[in-house]
Design a binder for this molecule. Sequence first.
Ligand code: GSH
Length: 218
Amino acid sequence: MALTLHHCHQARSMRSLWLLYEMNLEVDLVIHSFGQELHAPDYLQHHPLGRVPCLIDDEITIFESGAICEYLCENYGDQGLWRPPGHAERPMWLQWLHYAETLVVHSANLTQQAIAIKDPELRSATVRKLETRRLEKALAVLDIYLRDRLYLLDDFSAIDTSIGYSLYVAQWFTNLQVLPSVYAYFQRLSERPAFLRSLPSADEPQRIYTQPHYWLMP
Ligand SMILES: N[C@@H](CCC(=O)N[C@@H](CS)C(=O)NCC(=O)O)C(=O)O
């Protein structure tokens, strides 16, 4: 029986979709529009907060993109994408898996400020500045780490899809090109067929990000 993934274009469920494609797993996609549809009673039965991703595997319903990453690697033949307990790269595999959320939470707050809050009077210039600075600092840490590396670990692994998604979103809020290692790494990831498959089509109306970028102008 195929797995079912509840997904919104460009949302964190893109991590799970990208990984499912990297693993060549069959998936039934349920695509929601980003907004009230996620709070419909039917969907709240799967995810009590009405968020994506949510993966259904027969009797099992699991949410949280990091948990889904572990779950898929653990249960579906990791194909070299996992670092199981005891593996020398396990600590770094875990660290970057969770750092992906540290990174993206700033972009999520910026998405709220720049896109979700429609009334300009309710937006906060202070929050935007603060979150942009915190995002850039978190990216700078990654840039130093990636200086002599092609991927986060010795070879491409599942956590590159988690961090890769965080960079995909970060590009709407800061200029990744000023971080040479991060930029080169993201370019490398962006060429992967599974990443390209997980993107919405160019004419998809239900995109979250519709402008070229939302950087703060000096
Ligand atoms: N830590 C969770 C975050 C899930 C999350 O907040 N997803 C966002 C999309 S990126 C969402 O569904 N937001 C809808 C809402 O807050 O109503 C994960 O990694 O899965």
